[in-house]
Design a protein around this ligand. Structure first.
Ligand SMILES: *[C@@H]1O[C@H](CO)[C@@H](O)[C@H](O)[C@H]1NC(C)=O
Ligand SMILES: *[C@@H]1O[C@H](CO)[C@@H](O)[C@H](O)[C@H]1NC(C)=O
Ligand SMILES: *[C@@H]1O[C@H](CO)[C@@H](O)[C@H](O)[C@H]1NC(C)=O
Ligand SMILES: *[C@@H]1O[C@H](CO)[C@@H](O)[C@H](O)[C@H]1NC(C)=O
Ligand SMILES: *[C@@H]1O[C@H](CO)[C@@H](O)[C@H](O)[C@H]1NC(C)=O
Ligand SMILES: CC(=O)N[C@H]1CO[C@H](CO)[C@@H](O)[C@@H]1O
Length: 180
């Protein structure tokens, strides 16, 4: 043995240890998978962007985040209902954010509506996102979006980067064991 084995990995065939390691790493990957959907991607939260195009190009699941990046003294974010969204009014107001970098959890399977105040809603600063429920009894194999092979969009999020780091680490360990 090139390296000392942890106690619980001793006395088992190598391939069993590899399977256990992979299971452990995929369990970690499943737990941390939550996408941060950055509104407008690298264009952020600004006037004259069609956020329906952005939103339609994303898949939102319960537990994901939506985040708004903007100049905080000019823009802001209000959560309203469908009337507020369609008419650019404060109808159904349930939340407001103004930090310039707001992370908003999407905790329910429903359509969320966000608009900008200060008149900018009329310049296109509104977005509707429909959040899907997680698959019942989600597991790595039953819910592909939350499995390891899950990079389904370009949300440019740190969480997903961490997942791939985990996968890369798992692969590195497998290579290490196989070569040792
Ligand atoms: C945004 O794009 C969608 C899909 O092409 C289109 O239906 C909608 O009218 C556009 N909205 C604006 C404000 O241009
Ligand atoms: C938008 O406002 C108009 C006029 O006030 C109203 O008739 C309509 O129902 C509103 N839209 C929604 C989705 O409620
Ligand atoms: C939005 O909320 C307003 C009250 O603030 C209500 O009159 C309106 O019916 C609501 N619209 C929808 C689509 O639920
Ligand atoms: C914004 O939210 C805070 C609590 O987070 C609340 O106290 C305040 O009244 C809200 N403002 C508006 C305009 O809704
Ligand atoms: C939609 O997503 C694809 C793949 O991530 C990306 O290349 C494309 O630019 C996106 N389109 C829009 C309108 O955001
Ligand atoms: C194994 C397991 O978790 N089964 C659950 C799947 O989801 C249904 C509905 O929520 C539950 O009733 C089961 O217990």
């Amino acid at each position: 043995m090139a390296a000392p084995s942890p106690l619980h990995l001793q006395n088992r065939p190598l391939h069993v240890n590899l399977v256990l390691l992979l299971l452990a790493f995929s369990a970690v990957a499943v737990v941390v998978t939550a996408t941060d959907h950055i509104v407008g991607a690298n264009r952020g939260w600004n006037p004259n962007i069609n956020y329906s195009l952005w939103s339609n190009n994303q898949t939102f699941f319960v537990g994901d985040l939506i985040s708004f990046r903007y100049q905080k003294n000019t823009y802001n974010v209000f959560e309203v209902n469908r009337t507020g969204y369609e008419n650019c009014t404060m109808d159904g107001l349930t939340g407001n954010w103004s930090s310039g970098k707001d992370f908003i959890p999407l905790g329910a399977a429903k359509t969320y509506y966000f608009i900008c105040g200060n008149g900018f809603c009329l310049n296109g600063m509104r977005v509707a996102v429909t959040v899907r429920p997680l698959a019942a009894n989600a597991s790595a194999s039953a819910a592909p979006r939350h499995g390891v092979g899950a990079a389904d969009n370009s949300a440019a999020d740190g969480v997903r980067v961490r997942i791939w780091e985990v996968v890369a680490a798992a692969a590195a360990i497998v290579v290490f064991y196989l070569s040792g």
